[in-house]
Design a protein. Structure first.
Lengths: 545, 323
């Protein structure tokens, strides 16, 4: 009996210690992410516009052209060829793209103009792709001229015609999808086993936490240096970090915050940090309407002096430094560091507590009862701030905001809310101040969504016709409209519909076994095919030792 | 016995139906919009959200939604997840094997090692073994599983690097690796989450079993058996233990659902692709179809746990089935 026990113990101890051998030849990269991609075919996403889906799609599918790092979305000079080898402007409303004749789908079929026309038809159908259909509303028609030329015709002249044609739509193979009814596309087997034209081809997914892609040997722009890409999802941030630290993952997104993670990563000696400008922005959004009755103005925040005072009462650089360290900047206006117009804007206003107090006094707020909180007609200057609990950065910043507002005589009550509750209240306008976050497309045209009178995402009901007019002129301008953009953003900043708190730098933890690492802010994995890595046998994780 | 069993099964079905109805309506009372998270990554306008609300039937009156849920469930169709855009049954089926493997391993360890240690404690009451196991079980019972998980992951995976930190497979192994390497690989990934959950659950089982066994060992028939000269091992395991199993059977009925859906924290810490984290995500995102699917499964397991416990009682004690 005792021998049996001993044997059982040995099995329990030894079996886990055995490490299965891996093939020595190929090189792989394991990317740790927070969410498993479910529909890695952007045009076919009926519901959520997930970053996880877009990131996988960037490895499988090509765009007609890619945005250069820091490239402007107005005009054509900010782009470089990809699926299209060249393009011609025929007139102010017509662009023609010549497809690279070497391009092939992963099943060997050539990529043709028919594929592009077919995909644009899907993207512009609001029943198939409601989000894209809205974004492509200014395209009048897309048609083929022969096998390798696509012509895009617009309803009007405007500066971002090229961007609209190339950025939002990644062509799909018509020969595999044309026979599938549009109602059935989202459930088609293609979604689970996509066939693309990009540097990597689909191998498998376990449906829950892993997607494997293999190098496309026939990729016309050059075979990828790394043979396999494995995208590994783990919802828990600690679990992801452990994967990176143990060597089971080579790259991890959003290592910071918390700041201490950066030190943990670099102290291993075999990992480094790579900072990439972010497409995100965080801001304290003021509700200009009364949350209890949206037909009436907000009793406190409808006064622009109060809104400006709140902005001036905050030392935003110190708040950002405390939470994000060097990995964040204070934006001027609703402009993330990725948007090219961020180069046009002045520096954000510094903290000016005296000016804040003067503005509040002018609005009728004073500390009549001497309790440290300003009041008016016997009512304290008290506001609630809705904070989404899942956001570590916003949670940490909100506490600092609360303390700094208290110094100005403003009582801020923090309401930590679950994601769906936060979203529900935000969309319904049930808040005083909402600590919002947004991920922006590279185009400043998207600013109209939240900062124009009839913007679809303008939940705070901010409305300044002068801003609308300026932004519309900037968007429809056929010549570079830098001054218009600058004027519009300055006007938004002056109206103070929000305090623009931070634009984070996305911090990636990257294994030192990877070289030539190029991470694009708008499409992080799109250049993985140019990275290089040692063979898997040299991996430093516990299984590969 | 047949009639008794039929009555118990009918009772279980009614319980499940009531639970499903309560879940359906309670879920919709809880604040939070299932579609609000769709705009987390990039803005989606309220108009698009309204269109999606229509697509998922969320714009319908509650009674009509309930009727649709009932008819779908009767056909085995739990709907399409709002978050994942895929059928709920498929999502559950994908996660179930991982959950069953982890939960099954923990149950096995719990009700073999835990029972054996509890009996040993009772037999050696007051001795060094009892005292040390008492301290160990108290410590195990007191430690939060997520904390223990984080500690074990840090020690074994990132510091000593002897075991993988998370997941269920070595993602580099490939699907054609062969049965033996794949099995060893899964076992290696199983060690830390199973150990974390087992240390906590075994402690509870040990304590229950020790108390029950002490009571059984003090009963007159045990003294009679000893007086008859029956071997101590037989007295302990054949006579006393059988009578000390009842509280543990109750515990088994309670553990069954908890081990399938209750290991949320451990699954998250070890990135174990099971149902617990899926259910937690559904709650967090108010993904009604997925939430109903996982909640129904959990309810079914609660009912099944109770039913199995009743059956085991009846098997061990004829008085139960004749009552």
């Amino acid at each position: 009996m005792r021998r049996t026990h001993l044997l059982a113990c040995l099995i329990v101890v030894l079996v886990p210690a055995c490490t299965p051998e891996r093939p020595a030849g190929p090189s792989s990269v394991v990317l740790a992410v927070g969410e498993q991609s479910q529909v890695p075919v952007p045009v076919l996403k009926a519901t959520r516009n997930r970053v996880a889906d877009n990131d996988v799609a960037d490895l499988l599918f090509l765009r007609l052209a890619d945005l250069k790092p820091g490239g402007a979305t107005s005009g054509e000079s900010g782009f470089e060829p990809s699926l299209a080898s060249g393009w011609t402007r025929r007139d102010s409303v017509t662009l023609a793209f010549d497809l690279d004749r070497r391009a092939r789908w992963h099943d060997g079929q050539p990529v043709t103009a028919r594929d592009v026309v077919f995909t644009f038809a899907l993207a512009r159908d609001s029943a198939v792709s409601p989000t894209l259909a809205g974004l492509l509303a200014r395209i009048d028609s897309v048609y083929a001229e022969g096998d390798s030329r696509v012509v895009v015709h617009y309803r009007q002249p405007y500066a971002e015609q090229f961007y609209d044609a190339v950025f939002q739509v990644q062509p799909l193979p018509a020969h595999l999808l044309a026979a599938v009814g549009r109602d059935s596309l989202a459930r088609a087997s293609f979604v689970q086993h996509p066939v693309g034209d990009g540097p990597y081809r689909w191998v498998r997914s376990d449906g829950t936490s892993m997607i494997e892609l293999a190098a496309n040997d026939d990729f016309f722009l050059g075979r990828p240096h790394i043979d396999r890409v494995i995208i590994r999802a783990a919802g828990d941030a600690d679990a992801r970090l452990n994967m990176l630290l143990s060597g089971e993952a080579d790259v991890l997104t959003s290592v910071v915050p918390p700041l201490a993670n950066g030190d943990r990563v670099t102290s291993t000696g075999r990992l480094r940090l790579v900072g990439v400008p972010s497409t995100s922005i965080g801001y304290l959004l003021f509700n200009t309407r009364n949350p209890a009755d949206t037909a009436r103005p907000h009793p406190i925040l409808s006064d622009v002096r109060v809104r400006r005072a709140i902005g001036l009462a905050l030392d935003r650089p110190s708040i950002v430094r405390a939470v994000l360290g060097p990995y964040g900047v204070v934006p001027y206006g609703p402009v993330s560091s990725l948007l090219w117009v961020s180069r046009l804007t002045p520096a954000p206003a510094p903290r000016d507590l005296d000016q804040a107090r003067r503005l509040l006094a002018a609005a009728g707020w004073s500390d009549a009862d001497g309790d440290g909180i300003l009041d008016r007609h016997g009512k304290p200057l008290r506001l609630s701030i809705n904070v989404p609990a899942p956001s570590a950065a916003r949670k940490a910043m909100a506490a600092l905001v609360q303390e700094q507002l208290r110094q100005a005589g403003i009582q801020a009550d923090l309401l930590l809310l679950e994601g769906p509750v936060h979203g529900e209240r935000r969309n319904a306008g049930r808040f005083d101040i909402d600590f919002s976050g947004a991920t922006q497309d590279p185009t400043p045209a998207g600013l109209t969504q939240s900062w124009s009178c009839r913007g679809g995402s303008n939940v705070a009901r901010y409305c300044d016709p002068a801003v609308d007019s300026t932004l519309t002129r900037a968007i429809t301008s056929v010549v570079p409209a830098d001054s218009l953009w600058r004027t519009g953003i300055e006007r938004i900043e002056a109206d103070a519909p929000a305090v623009f708190m931070y634009s984070p730098v996305t911090v990636y933890g990257v294994s030192t076994r990877l070289h030539d690492v190029d991470i694009r802010p708008d499409a992080p994995w799109s250049r993985v095919w140019r990275w290089t890595a040692a063979a898997d046998a040299a991996r430093p994780d516990s299984a590969g030792r | 016995m047949g009639r008794w069993l039929a009555a118990r099964v009918a009772h279980a079905i009614v319980t499940l139906a009531v639970a499903a109805t309560l879940l359906f309506f309670l879920m919709r009372i809880v604040p939070g919009d299932p579609l609000s998270r769709l705009s987390d990554d990039r803005p989606i306008s309220p108009r698009e959200i309204a269109r999606l609300r229509e697509r998922y039937g969320l714009d319908q009156p509650l009674g009509r939604q309930y009727a649709a849920f009932l008819s779908g469930t009767a056909r085995g169709d739990l709907g399409v997840s709002i978050e994942f855009g895929r059928p709920v049954t498929r999502l559950i089926a994908e996660r179930l094997p991982a959950t069953l493997l982890l939960g099954g391993t923990v149950l096995l360890l719990n009700f073999t090692l835990g029972l054996w240690l509890g009996v040993r404690q009772a037999v050696r009451r007051g001795g060094a073994t009892d005292r040390w196991l008492e301290i160990a079980s108290l410590a195990g019972y007191s430690v939060p599983s997520f904390w223990l998980g984080l500690l074990l992951a840090w020690l074994a995976a990132t510091r000593w690097r002897i075991l993988p930190s998370g997941g269920m497979h070595d993602v580099l192994l490939g699907p054609d690796a062969g049965m033996v390497p794949v099995t060893i690989d899964v076992l290696r990934h199983l060690v830390l989450p199973a150990l974390t959950l087992s240390l906590v659950s075994i402690a509870a089982t040990m304590r229950y079993q020790r108390t029950a066994m002490l009571e059984a060992l003090a009963l007159p028939f045990v003294q009679t058996a000893r007086a008859k000269g029956i071997a101590e091992r037989r007295v302990v395991w054949h006579h006393a233990w059988r009578n000390a199993l009842f509280p543990v059977i109750t515990l088994f009925g309670l553990w069954l659902p908890i081990l399938v859906t209750g290991s949320v924290f451990v699954e998250q810490v070890f990135a174990w692709p099971g149902l617990g984290s899926l259910a937690a995500g559904a709650v967090g995102g108010r993904d009604y179809p997925l939430l109903m699917g996982t909640a129904l499964l959990a309810s079914a397991l609660v009912v099944a746990g109770g039913l199995i416990a009743d059956l085991l009682y009846a098997l061990l004690d004829p008085r139960v089935r004749h009552a």
